[in-house]
Design a protein around this ligand. Structure first.
Ligand code: CU
Length: 291
């Protein structure tokens, strides 16, 4: 086997075999993984945002499959080809191989192209599209990803506090509930805030994650596309019972939603007047005293 000089590289026959095997396996395995594993990838497809994220994850897995196959093939090849004959052989290092210009150029070019492709794909996906944003936009976003039907979106306020979530529906008398219920197929505009420390509203199955910051209304759009129950979690370490800061999310039919919200309004009516009027954010607001 040639140790190679500057620029000169004889490809050993077993490497040719690996290259062919790699090509065949990659061509066969990559579409299979995309078709059969793609739909199983998180965060599922319970909302438009979740579906988009699942597609992104599928693209990345598709890129990784040929890389993984290459690594495994070379690993198996190395175990067989470079196996020591006896104990003394196993304890001695092989000759150092230096100056493989073609290998280095190929390696740098390949990784460069992969990273650039991923950067281009990421930039394209971050560019505000019609599908809106599953993440919080913040109070002063550089660009606003408004879905086409943003004006008809159902506004839902998410309020974090140690250690629970509550939800207010301003178009239904500002009623405050302890469970998040959404009608299927309806664009929703979450406005996320906190009344104590920083929390993070994470509706895993909807692929929505938005920081809940006191004095700040963080906006996220999403459209649930499947009726199902799941759990909302806090994703920001917020104190002693952070791990227990969960709440139930139900995506139901529009009729079931109307019945539920009517029932909630009736149930909470006796204490509704103790609530502050609906606002994008609530006290405590930081107060500044000028000298
Ligand atoms: Cu929290």
């Amino acid at each position: 086997m040639s140790t190679g000089g500057e620029g000169g590289l004889k490809v050993p026959p077993e490497l040719r075999r690996i290259a062919w095997l790699w090509l065949v396996l990659s061509v066969v395995a990559t579409p299979l993984v995309v078709i059969f594993v793609g739909p199983l990838l998180p965060p599922g497809s319970a909302s438009d945002a979740a579906h988009g994220q699942q597609q992104d994850n599928t693209v990345m897995v598709a890129i990784v499959v040929p890389i993984m196959i290459g690594l495994l093939l070379y690993f198996i090849n190395a175990l067989i080809m470079f196996r020591g004959k006896d104990e003394a052989d196993a304890l001695t290092d092989g000759p150092a191989i230096r100056g493989q210009t073609r290998v280095m150029v190929l390696w740098i070019a390949t990784t460069f192209v992969i990273v650039l492709l991923l950067a281009a794909w990421g930039a394209y996906e971050l560019f505000p599209g019609e599908e809106g944003a599953g993440g919080g936009l913040g109070s002063a976003p550089i660009s606003v990803a408004l879905p086409a039907n943003a004006s008809s979106a159902l506004p839902v306020q998410v309020i974090g506090q140690q250690w629970t979530w509550t939800y207010r529906y301003p178009t239904f008398g500002g009623v405050e509930t302890t469970e998040l219920v959404l009608p299927v197929g309806q664009e929703v505009r979450f406005s996320v805030t906190s009344i104590d420390v920083i929390h993070s509203f994470w509706a895993v199955h909807l692929a929505v994650k938005a920081d809940a910051v006191p004095g700040n209304a963080n906006v996220a759009f999403v459209k649930p596309v499947r009726e199902e129950s799941s759990t909302v979690r806090c994703a920001e370490l917020c104190g002693l019972w952070h791990g227990h800061m969960t709440s139930r999310l139900r995506v139901v039919s529009p009729a079931a939603f109307r019945a539920w919200i009517a029932h909630e309004r009736e149930k909470w009516a006796p204490i509704q007047h103790y609530l502050p009027a609906y606002k994008p954010t609530y006290a405590p607001e930081p107060t500044y005293r000028a000298e």
